[in-house]
Every structure is written in structure tokens, then in C-alpha cells.
Design a protein around this ligand. Structure first.
Ligand code: AN7
Length: 365
């Protein structure tokens, strides 16, 4: 069946009416990729699946929420929308606003967003404003302006964003024919996504479409781990700029998702994230952005602590885990190049190539 986006696919669960003009780029229905090599490398009893959200229209999970938020902004007659962003929200807001024919302004922390994301916001024609501050400063400004002016706020504090993003949970359950995974692992930044997934899982379970609820495992970067530390981080740091957030707006909801599901929220260092990022690309062929890899980094950390040794899978003999790979690796080419081996440069001669490949070169050439 043709994919018409998440509002069409899950219409009964979405706040739209017959008259609603839906603004969509046919987002969602992303692949759930089994990760055999990764599973074996991390723990013999793990069965990891990767929800590859990088394959959404603007390259991140934000499109699920943005189709809903922009659809409702248009329905509510807004002509301008605004967001603060570590990059992906701005890319998505800019694209969906362009499609809707409304204005979009994005506030981003100066110099701290990945190049691909910046290029997206710019090419879609958003007003891009770099703030000399971090994401948290930018979000405070956006909240104030949207309160005082007729501007729709499209960060994940907008409940329509959560409604759209919960569709990720529906897709996972549908792909597993109504069987919930044992765990879901995901990065946590502003904490909208963990809030949305948990809402989605609960809704699907309540209407009998899912047999159980997964335990939610959230991971923050160690330099930006307010929820783990129990207090806001004034100057958040991490090379995974998408989750460089010191005071998450959906903090309470994230803690509720953790506690209600019997899960946890932990932190992973930049080195651990980098390792997982490279592993995903080199052993699974899946290129995600650094923040996304914190989900896998978290599994490696937990496995090393013996966390999975005592876990009983609900069905079968494997512990089924879904990792949400929230954004595409091409968003952030600078980090990919910095983490990988440099290409070699040679003369344009066959022997030079053969030498690099380790094939023996005949002596007479
Ligand atoms: C790739 O774009 O906050 O916990 O402004 O881009 O729901 O915030 C992005 C967040 C994970 C964290 N992975 O999700 C923004 C922004 C990627 C992201 C997160 C983000 P939330």
C-alpha cells in the first residue's frame, strides 16, 4: 500500500477531522532493521533491531511530530511558526512550513549544530537566527515570543508533536505483529521522544493492539545528563550536538516513562557514543548521527555491567531490543570524517592502487 504519511496511516489515533488539510511529506513507515552482528557483539542473548529514523523525509524522527504540528498550526490559522533547535527540529520545521506555505523562524545555538541540519533550514527558506547561547536559552526565548505574539511554537512542548511522534511506537508493534519488544533504547535530549514513544506504546496496549509494554531505556550524553544527575546542567557539552541539552522540557514525562515501564535513564560518554557510532556504520551498514548511537552505546554499557544476564525474555529465548536511530549520519558529515580513517591519496596509476590494496605488484612495472 502507498505510504501517505503517519497521519493517514494512524488516522484513528490522531487529532484530525475530515476537514483537516494534512501537511505531509509521506514521513514514517521507516525500516526496522535486524542487527545480527551488533547483537552478537554486545550480548549472546540480545536480539537488537534498529528503527532507522534517518530515512524520514528530512532525515530524522522529527518529521513524525512536525507533520502533526504544522497541520494543526495551519488548521488553527497561524501564519508563522517558531522553534528552538539543536538542528533536526529546525530542518523539519523549515521543510513542513515550506510545504504548507507559512513562515518559519528557527533559533539555533551559534556554531553548535551539524552542517547538514543548518543547510536544510537555510534551503527551505526559514529565517535562521543563531543565538549566542545554548539550546535551553533559545527555547526560553521561543516560549516567551510565542506566548506574546501570534506565532505557533513547534517544539515538542507542543502536544501535537508528541501525538505525531507516538506513531513510531505503533509502527514497531505493527512490524512485530502485535508483540512488544522487551526493551526500547533511545537517546534523550529534550525528552519529547521518550514521552511520545511511551504514550504510543500505552495507547496501542490499551486498545488491544499490543500484548505488553516494553521497558524504556533512555541515554543522555555524560556532559549533558541532567535527568541522570538530577539537576539542570548549565553548560551542557557533547560532540553529539543533537542532545546537547541541559534542562529538558519534558523532564517529568521522561521520568514517568522510565518509572512506569520499569526502565532506566543512564548516561554514556562521548567516547562510548563514538565507538557505537562507528560500530553501527562498519558492522551493520547503518549510518546514523552521533546522538542516535547513544542508544547502542547504552546497551553496550548495560551489557558490560551484567544488566541483561538476569533478564528473562517475554517470548522466545532472546531479549528483543529496539534501538531508535533518530537521525541520519549524513546530517553530520564533519563528525563522520573526524571519526573515520583518512583516505589515502596516490598517483593515478594501477600499481599505486594495487599497493594500497595489498596486492603484489609485478617487479617489472
Ligand atoms: C538525532 O532538533 O532537540 O529527547 O532541537 O536530533 O525528543 O529531544 C533534537 C533532538 C535524539 C533527542 N536524536 O530527542 C532538536 C532536538 C536526535 C535529535 C534527539 C534529538 P528528544
Amino acid at each position: 500500500m502507498r505510504n501517505n504519511g503517519i497521519i493517514a496511516r494512524y488516522r484513528a489515533h490522531m487529532p484530525v477531522s475530515d476537514d483537516t488539510r494534512i501537511i505531509s511529506l509521506n514521513e514514517g513507515s521507516t525500516p526496522l532493521v535486524p542487527a545480527l552482528a551488533l547483537s552478537a557483539a554486545i550480548h549472546p542473548r540480545l536480539e537488537i533491531h534498529l528503527k532507522y529514523e534517518g530515512l524520514n523525509p528530512t532525515g530524522s524522527f522529527k518529521d513524525r511530530g512536525m507533520t502533526m504540528a504544522i497541520t494543526k498550526a495551519v488548521e488553527d490559522k497561524f501564519e508563522v511558526v517558531m522553534c528552538a533547535s539543536t538542528g533536526n527540529t529546525s530542518a523539519s520545521a523549515a521543510a513542513y512550513s515550506a510545504r504548507a506555505g507559512i513562515k518559519c523562524a528557527v533559533l539555533i545555538p551559534e556554531g553548535k549544530i551539524a552542517f547538514g541540519k543548518l543547510s536544510q533550514a537555510m534551503i527551505h527558506g526559514a529565517t535562521v537566527i543563531q543565538v549566542k547561547g545554548n539550546f535551553d536559552d533559545a527555547l526560553n526565548l521561543v516560549r516567551k515570543i510565542c506566548h506574546d505574539y501570534p506565532v505557533a511554537l513547534v517544539n515538542s512542548v507542543n502536544p501535537y508533536r508528541i501525538e505525531g511522534q507516538k506513531s513510531g511506537a505503533f509502527e514497531i508493534i505493527d512490524d512485530f505483529d502485535g508483540v512488544a519488544p522487551d526493551f526500547q533504547a533511545m537517546p534523550v535530549g529534550n525528552a519529547g521522544n521518550i514521552t511520545a514513544y511511551w504514550k504510543g506504546y500505552k495507547e496501542y496496549h490499551a486498545c488491544g493492539k499490543s500484548d505488553a509494554l516494553p521497558r524504556m531505556l533512555g541515554f543522555q550524553a555524560a556532559g549533558s545528563a541532567p535527568i541522570v544527575l538530577g539537576h539542570p546542567v548549565e553548560k551542557p557539552q557533547t560532540f553529539a550536538t543533537a542532545i546537547r541539552i541541559g534542562n529538558p522540557a519534558s523532564w517529568k514525562q521522561a521520568v514517568a516513562a522510565r518509572d512506569e515501564s520499569g526502565g532506566l535513564i543512564d548516561m554514556v560518554t562521548d567516547d562510548e557514543i563514538r565507538e557505537a557510532y562507528k560500530m553501527l556504520a562498519s558492522s551493520e551498514g547503518v549510518f546514523c548521527e552521533p546522538a542516535s548511537a547513544s542508544s547502542v552505546a547504552g546497551l553496550i554499557k548495560l551489557s558490560g555491567q551484567g544488566f541483561f544476564d538476569a533478564v528473562q525474555p517475554r517470548t522466545g529465548d532472546k531479549i528483543r531490543v529496539v534501538c531508535i536511530l533518530t537521525g541520519h549520519g549524513l546530517k553530520d558529515p564533519d563528525n563522520a570524517i573526524a571519526c573515520a580513517e583518512e583516505p589515502v591519496t596516490v598517483e593515478a596509476r594501477e600499481e599505486a592502487i594495487l599497493e594500497v590494496l595489498g596486492y603484489s605488484v609485478p617487479a617489472f612495472v
